[in-house]
Design a protein around this ligand. Sequence first.
Ligand SMILES: *Cc1c(COP(=O)(O)O)cnc(C)c1O
Length: 373
Amino acid sequence: MWQAEVRVDLDAIRENVSRLRSGTTAELMAVVKGDGYGHGMLPAARAALDAGADWLGVCTLDEALTLRRAGITAPVLAWLLAPGLPLHEGVGAGVDLAAASLAQLDEMIEASRRAERPARLHLKIDTGLSRGGATVADWPALLDAAAKAQADGLVEVVGVWSHFVYADMPGHPTTDRQLAVFHEGLAMVEQAGLRPRWRHLANSAATLTRPDTHFDLVRPGLAIYGLSPVAGETYGLRPAMTARARVMLTKRVPAGTGVSYGHTYTTESDANLAVVPLGYADGVPRHASNSGPVQLGGVRRTISGRVCMDQFVLDCGDDPVADGDVATLFGSGADGEPTADDWAEAVGTINYEIVTRFGSTRVPRVYDGERSP
Ligand SMILES: *Cc1c(COP(=O)(O)O)cnc(C)c1O
């Protein structure tokens, strides 16, 4: 018998990837960083590849090597690489690397020497996010150095790319400005004599709303898990994750009973309380105290009082509740349960953070729709 679980519907991931695939003529990179946004990197990656994803995108070298060790041979790009990593292991495993500075390029050249094969590089230009990527001012020098290293047979520049600031707000003028900067950056790439096969820019939001940003490859993450990057739109995606737990204890208490640490909630009338064995150690944000929505007995309720490390309490009024009843925190919404979007709204964050939190805890992840590899 289970106590709490995060269920992941791999068929939903397959459907979402197919849907995204059918909306573009570009290749598709399924982004599986952050343990597949909490859904489990390897199962998510395999489901995405089943459904026609061409590439996998991750942040860390470790994530990329884990994919390779699991026998996944699809192209993989890793883009968050601090200095001093054993990049030659990535090069040796055929992992594509993102470079945004001369220092990074130098490390990748060194890694190519050690691996005795040229690193496949994706040069990143900062078109406005001011996070990863070379500034436009630094771009020509990076291109020249990369072109020289390529001419020397040390690296292969296969990609040029950037990342959006505001794609989740369709129509935001920053997106157009970034696209224009990207086009300028591409012209400089050409001037440097480089002809990378993959130009890529679009995250989920741009994949769904801006076909003019698809170029040769799109990089959706959130949408493959069935969540929408744009508030109020679903794009026909189906959320893959459900988080639920079985009530561990019920009791009847009188009106005026203080509930949980600090008594931030007091029962208004006599009430049935249900204790649910999930807390902030499991991914439930403590900010969900007195605000997190939970479906129990077919009714949507709100967490009563503080979320504890391992548990929280629901005031169920006079509704019958029993030990072992299933409390659903969020799911696809198909049965009236809250969604990750509802949770994000209740606690003041984004759906990305909700699913990522729940996936990386002690709660067992259970898969539906698994296929033998
Ligand atoms: C996370 C990430 C993505 C995917 O973003 P979504 O909004 O989840 O689609 C794409 N590109 C980069 C560089 C990222 O870091």
